[in-house]
Design a protein around this ligand. Structure first.
Ligand code: ZN
Length: 155
């Protein structure tokens, strides 16, 4: 399942990527272009723009919720998304590119010493070269998911 989100939903875009979903964050107001992209790439539109959601013929989810946990909760429930731990952190939250595994030695200069010593399983974005590792982010994600009451969905 792939998504395209309208400009009000930048944070939600990043979160969907963290969870491993292919997510385009469409910042322009050109809605015919957005629709074209949605159709061509078979993406579900997620938006806070009610008129847009009602107008499009393709699948769309309208979010009236303003805060992130509520938005995330609604999307997961509405689309019956399955959150799989092994898919989390498989995608760059900034570029939406699939991350590639990278050897520990190669990230030595790019991560804090402590992280280098204590973490395993580094991944790198092929586009922006950001380095990701699961250890540090896990706790934050867990806490955020707990707040949404979605922890049971994820375990
Ligand atoms: Zn990136």
């Amino acid at each position: 399942m792939r998504f395209i989100l309208t400009k009000e939903l930048g944070r939600l875009s990043r979160w969907l990527r963290v969870l491993g979903f292919d997510t385009v964050y469409f910042k322009e107001e050109n809605y015919s272009k957005l629709l074209l992209l949605a159709l061509r790439e078979e993406r579900i539109i997620i938006t806070r723009n009610k008129t847009l959601a009602e107008r499009v013929t393709t699948k769309a989810v309208y979010l009236k919720e303003e805060n992130l946990p509520e938005q995330l909760k609604k999307v997961i429930k509405r689309l019956n998304l399955k959150i799989e731990e092994d898919k989390m952190f498989s995608r760059c939250v900034i570029c939406n590119k699939s991350l590639e595994k990278v050897g520990k030695e190669k990230v030595r200069e790019r991560v804090p010493e402590y992280i280098y010593k204590t973490q395993q399983g580094f991944r790198e974005c092929p586009q922006c070269k950001r380095v990701y590792w699961p250890g540090s982010h896990w706790q934050n994600i867990r806490e955020a998911l707990n707040k949404t009451g979605l922890n049971e969905v994820c375990s």
